[in-house]
Each structure stands twice: as C-alpha cells, then as structure tokens.
Design a protein around this ligand. Structure first.
Ligand code: NAD
Length: 493
C-alpha cells in the first residue's frame, strides 16, 4: 500500500517522489509506504486550504457540524476495522485501539454539538442605545502536527474543533502512523466535507513539518509531541508572531497514601504505567508511595506484572504490546541502564525481549525500579516506555512536593480514602489533570486536556477550551443612538 497525500480532495504523489516504509512494530514487517513530502506539497495544500476556507467560513456552523456528525457515524460504523489497522501500525493492544477510535467518535459528536453553540457573550454597554457582544471567528488555515502514539484521537481533538469553527486544516501526521490519517481523510470525504477544507501532507518533521510551521499563510500551529520539538516550533512561531498550541511530554505520578485501597491502587498503576507500553503522554512513570505501605505495594505490583501477557496487540489476551520502533527500544534501555547506575533497584524487567516471537518486533519487558530518589534522571525525564519508578515519602506534603518537583505538569493521581487528602491534592498538585482513586490516564473528551510547566504553553486540547486555539475573539459594538458617543467620556457622569 502506497500512502499518498490528500490535497484539495485528491490523492497525490508527493512532489519529491519519495516514500518511506511503515513498519508494524509487533512483527517488524513493512505494511505500507508513506509519502515523504517537501515544502512544495505543503504550499500546495496551504494555498488550496486558504481558498476553501473563505467559502467554508460562510457555511452556517450548524451545517458544518452536520458533516462532523456524519464523520462520527462513519467512525462508529468502522470502529473495529480502524482499531485493527491502528494496532497494526502503532502496536497498542486492540482493546486500547478501540478506545482510541471511540475518542474520535465522542469528539465528533461533541464538536457537532458545538456547531449549534460556539457561544460568545452579549453584555451591556456603558453607553445608552449601544449594544455590545463578542463572537468567535475562525483564524483561517490551521496547521496540525501530531505524534504516533495516538494516531487518530489527537487528530480528531484538533481538526474537529478547527473545522466546526470554520477553519481549513492542513495536517502533518507522524510518519510512523500514516494509515489512520489516510482513513480519516477518506471519512471526511465520504461525510461530504468540501474539497480543500481538510488536507493531509505526510513527511518528516524537519522538512514537511517545518514547512508547515514556517508557512506565512498558516495562522495557527497546533502541535502535540515531544518537548524538544515543541520548543523549536514555539521559537519559530514566536518570530513569526504565529499562534501556537503545544501539548508535550509528561512525568506523571501516582501517589499512594497509607490509607489507600491497595488493590485499586495496583490496578490503577498497572493500567496507567504499562498500557500503550508506557507510550502515553499521561503514562504513570512515578509511583510516590507512603513509606508505611511501600513494601506491600511493591509485593502486589510484582505479582500483577507477572500476569501481564506481552505480545502482538491483535491477540485479545495480550495486555502489553510492542514499543514503536528499535530506536525507542534503545532509548528505553539506555534509561534503564542510567537508573541502575544512579543506584535505583531494579525489581522486575529492565531488558529488551528478543527471544522467540519477540525477535521480530520491538518489545520491552515491563520494568519497575524501587528506592528511586526524586533527583535521579529516571525520576525526572520522560522515558516513554514501560518503566516506572517507586519513590518513598513520609507524608502527603512530601508526596505533593515530589510530584511538583519535575519540569512537566500533565497528569497526576492520588489513592487515598481521606477526604482531606483528596481536597488538598486537588488544590496543590501542579498538573493540568488530577485523578482521585484512578490512574493517571483516562481523560474524557469534553474536559480540557493539557498541562502546566514543560508540558504545554497554556493552551488546551479537548473540551470547549480547544475552540480558543482555533478562533479569535471579535468584539462588536453597535451604536443605535444616532450620535457620536465617546466611550469612557460621554457616560453621563
Ligand atoms: P516528536 O516531537 O518527535 O514528533 C511529533 C511530531 O512533530 C511528528 O509529526 C514529527 O514528524 C513532527 N516534527 C518533528 N520535528 C519537527 C520539526 N522540526 N518541525 C515540525 N515538526 C516536527 O514526538 P513523537 O515521538 O512523535 O511523540 C512522542 C511525544 O509526544 C512524547 O513526548 C509524548 O509525551 C508527546 N505526547 C504529548 C501529548 C499531550 O497531549 N501532551 C499526547 C501524546 C504524545
């Protein structure tokens, strides 16, 4: 299968004529080839988007939303087929792939509802016979850049609000996972989206991604990916005075207090540390445990890890799939060596799996370190693999301080039965998302998604908050007094 660009409603060969292999991480097999586009392809898409957007913005928002509703119906109809493709290109286990497609379905219906809201404000004027309101207006052409770990969900979090708000979208997906992008473009087309409103241009970051970031007609960049790349994009957008929304990495922690339900805590930790093989921005990579329950928690975690079946995610009984590629395996393994050198104690895992069926794919053993201290690199840096570090503390205050001591601020969780602990955690954990008695993953699409500090730059995906990225506020004053009324002066004081 050759995956082409989708520009102005047509499937097009990249101007470079270059393609790269797409590899199934569970088997190491090449399952497709993807276009590796150059700046010309980005420019072609942006020019078409610019033209189409002018017409699209004039379509009433409830009509725009009807197309999104159709998109939701098609995603629903094809959920199983899409989930299987997603597992093949990205590796996550089939149950999680179904969950990811469901996020897209939920987002389609939620944003279709926004077509009949897109609320602004009406507010009194300080002057007589004058009316004041603010309305959301589209920004124009939106550039979307996404990572491989959620190949369809993240694109829906960004493109659906952008499109319902009247923008046109040019999307550069991660080159590792182009199949979902192709499927989403097909669905948009079948749902009746006019050509030119949604484009997919495949390619690598430094070439195609950068061309999108630097294109003068792209008014907003919505990026999800690593902190390193996000920073360079923000710098470029800063110079161009371009709006940029960044959703980046995490170093998320689960806090387990001494009064916690440990069975529940273990379930929450295992799910959020090893789901998607730890390759979620919200993955639990630190467990901050009260010293009184540390030993018991470790014993139970070890028991639980031993039951995890590792393998090809298409097998329904598998709980942990592969990681994305060999480079990721090597990076994870390097961090594990660093952990050992730093003096952390390896409880389980800590190795690449190469035996038997594992030989062809990219598998890492679920790994738990204990006796980790908050300043170790494995406790501070994003590893993005199935590796979790246990840090022992003596109080809730210390737990919160350790949670907040890292450069990231995406997600955190606390297991406790004490309502006072709960409310202090809700107030003091410095992350964009806080869970109580659940792991660090599990966001729902109608709440804002994003984080503080090195995780983001103040914007949010999902929820109504996403609309702020893709719209400008226009304040409108209508004076029906028939005379000049000067604000702040002719107020009759
Ligand atoms: P990445 O930063 O390497 O790549 C992300 C995207 O940016 C890809 O499409 C890539 O091609 C593109 N890119 C790379 N260099 C670029 C450049 N110079 N200019 C423009 N685009 C460029 O990230 P990844 O490895 O694909 O994904 C993993 C990262 O994503 C992790 O750090 C993870 O935490 C993060 N992530 C964050 C969230 C969130 O919402 N906070 C969600 C999922 C993943």
């Amino acid at each position: 299968m050759k995956i082409q660009n989708y520009i102005n409603g047509e499937w097009k060969e990249p101007s470079t004529r270059q393609f790269a292999p797409v590899i199934n991480p569970a088997t190491g097999e090449t399952i497709a080839e993807v276009a590796m586009s150059g700046p010309n392809d980005i420019d072609e898409a942006v020019q078409a988007a610019k033209e189409a957007q002018k017409r699209w913005a004039l379509v009433p928002a409830p009509k725009r939303a009807e197309i999104l509703y159709q998109v939701g119906m098609l995603l629903k109809e094809r959920k199983e087929q899409l989930a299987r493709l997603l597992t093949m290109e990205m590796g996550k286990v089939i149950e999680e792939a179904r969950g990811e497609v469901q996020e897209g379905i939920d987002m389609a219906f939620y944003m279709a509802g926004e077509g009949r809201r897109l609320f602004g404000d009406t507010t009194p004027s300080e002057l007589k016979d004058k009316f004041a309101m603010s309305v959301r207006v589209p920004v124009g052409v939106v550039g979307i850049i996404t990572p491989w770990n959620f190949p369809i969900a993240i694109a829906t979090w960004k493109s659906f609000p952008a499109i319902v708000a009247g923008n046109a979208v040019v999307w550069k997906p991660a080159p590792e996972t182009p199949i979902m992008a192709q499927e989403l473009a097909r669905i948009f087309e079948e749902a009746g989206l006019p050509p030119g409103v949604f484009h997919v241009v495949h390619g690598d970051g430094p070439t195609a991604g950068n061309a999108l970031v630097e294109h003068p007609d792209v008014k907003v960049i919505s990026f999800t990916g690593s902190n390193e790349v996000g920073r360079t994009i923000a710098e470029k957008c800063g110079r161009l005075l371009k709006k940029v929304s960044l959703e980046m990495g995490g170093k998320n922690a689960v806090i387990v207090m001494d009064d916690a339900d440990l069975t529940l805590a273990v379930d929450g930790i295992i799910w959020s540390a090893f789901g998607t093989s730890g390759q979620r921005c919200t993955a639990c990579s630190r467990v901050i445990v009260h010293e009184r329950v540390k030993q018991e928690l470790e014993r139970r975690l070890l028991e639980a890890v031993k039951t995890l079946k590792i393998g090809n995610g298409l097998d329904e009984t598998v709980k942990v799939g592969p990681v994305i590629h060999e480079e990721a395996l090597q990076k994870i393994d390097r961090y594990v060596r660093i952990g050992v050198e730093e003096g952390a104690k390896l409880l389980v895992g800590g190795c690449i799996l190469r035996e038997g069926d594992y030989a062809r794919g990219f598998y890492y053993a679920p790994t738990i370190f204990t006796d980790v201290t908050p300043n170790m690199r494995i406790a501070r840096e994003e590893i993005f693999g199935p590796v979790v570090s246990i840090i022992s503390v003596r109080s809730l205050d210390e737990a919160i301080a350790v949670n907040n001591s890292v450069d990231y601020g995406l997600s955190s969780a606390i297991f406790t039965r004490d309502v006072n602990n709960v409310f202090r955690a809700m107030r003091d954990l410095d992350t964009g998302i806080v869970y109580v008695n659940a792991g660090t993953t599990g966001a729902e699409i109608h709440l804002p998604f994003g984080g503080t500090k090195g995780t983001g730059n103040g914007h949010r995906d999902s929820g109504v908050a996403a609309l702020d990225v893709f719209t400008e506020w226009r304040s409108i004053y209508v004076d029906f007094s028939g005379k000049l009324q000067r604000a702040q002066i002719d107020t009759g004081d």
